[in-house]
Design a protein around this ligand. Structure first.
Ligand SMILES: *Cc1c(COP(=O)(O)O)cnc(C)c1O
Length: 360
């Protein structure tokens, strides 16, 4: 669907993504910097974001699923490596092998299957071995690293990396980080020839000891800063044109559930954006909009397609003016905090109704 008539706009700053990539790379010495572009590059549009990261020098791309990898094959040049976090599942081996897609092997079934494929084709196939060091999500348990290292199937595989994933790196002081680091170092002893990958965005920012040979940032590339003060640039700007200005006729309430009292004379701006656009309902009575550096509070509940701001403090605001709902004044992290969630969830929920504009 063509969105050029849309009154809501999402600007995505590819230059800022490249800046963030370069900034992270400047922190990691000789380690390689991959980019995590799963879930359509965190909702920002993988067909635009991945080439921008490639242009910035990135050659290692991680996605979650086989379908995402097959899409990416047609987006980045063939010298880019594509890795799939969820690994290779039954029936996907041919597609992986034919397209040079590298699976992250998470359990013995995936290892057996990929090794079997290599054996019958007479090939040595590339792979990453994923060890769980404390997240209890995907991966071989770290305690069986030795056993896995002796698995016969490894004769048919080129283990590029052993990897793990940090659960708590956003809080560098959390002792879970040191526990996971120690386990990672124990795992790697059994794979002396393989390189090591441990850090997501927060691991990069936490400390050098987490960097190893390859880092895997996602959210920091896209302007989510979390607790960090590093010079991560803001990437997105969401705006909405005011659809109606209403002057409240008599004392009453605004929006569903009549959650917010408004006095007669209050000036309300109604914008055509709501929770269907990822502007979460939890922002009801909590969000802010900006226009010409002025701040206007969100009043009442966010509806599916409409949200209301109190613009009484400015006589100049009029229909057609563009309110900034997410941007440098009120960042993805601010929005997430007020909605009781994390920036990742804001980005991946932005939806399909925006006119998306990519800035280079
Ligand atoms: C999503 C993901 C990343 C990227 O994490 P960010 O916190 O967005 O930097 C890295 N590694 C794994 C295994 C992931 O699932």
């Amino acid at each position: 669907m063509n969105k050029t008539h849309s009154d809501i706009t999402l600007e995505i700053d590819l230059g800022a993504i490249q800046h963030n990539y370069n900034l992270l790379r400047s922190m990691i010495g000789h380690a390689a910097c991959a980019s995590v572009v799963k879930a359509n590059a965190y909702g920002l549009g993988v067909e635009k974001v991945a080439p921008a990261l490639y242009a910035a020098g990135c050659r290692d791309f991680f996605v979650a699923t086989a379908d995402e990898a097959l899409e990416l094959v047609n987006i980045v040049p063939p010298d880019a490596k594509i890795y799939v976090f969820h690994g290779v599942k039954k029936g996907e081996e041919d597609a992986f092998a034919e397209n040079n897609i590298i699976p992250v092997l998470n359990d013995i079934y995936q290892l057996d299957q990929w090794a079997h494929k290599a054996k019958v084709e007479g090939l040595i196939l590339p792979a990453i071995l994923h060890f769980d060091t404390g997240m209890n999500r995907l991966g071989f348990d770290h305690s069986i690293a030795k056993k896995i290292s002796l698995n016969d199937g490894l004769r048919f595989l080129d283990v590029k990396y052993v990897m793990s994933h940090l659960s708590s790196a956003e809080n560098p002081e959390d002792e879970q980080n040191t526990i996971q680091l120690k386990r990672m170092n124990d795992v790697r002893k059994h794979f002396p020839k393989a390189k090591v990958s441990l850090s997501n965005s927060w691991g990069i920012l936490a400390a050098k000891c987490y960097h190893f040979d390859l880092v895997r940032p996602g959210c920091a590339l896209y302007g989510v800063k979390g607790n960090n003060t590093a010079g991560i640039k803001n990437v997105i700007r969401a705006t909405a044109k005011i659809l109606q200005i209403r002057e409240v006729a008599e004392d009453g309430f605004v929006g569903y559930g009549a959650t917010k009292e408004v006095k007669a004379g209050t000036k309300l701006a109604v914008v055509p954006l709501g929770y269907a656009d990822g502007y979460l309902r939890n922002l009801s009575n909590k969000g802010y909009a900006f226009l010409r550096e002025r701040e206007f509070p969100l009043v009442g509940r966010v509806s599916m397609d409409l949200t209301t701001f109190d613009v009484s403090s400015s006589s100049k605001v009029k229909v057609g003016d563009e309110l900034e709902l997410i941007g440098k004044n009120y960042t993805v992290d601010d929005v997430a905090k007020n909605a009781g969630t994390i920036g990742y969830e804001i980005l991946t929920n932005l939806g399909n109704r925006y006119n998306r504009i990519y800035k280079s």
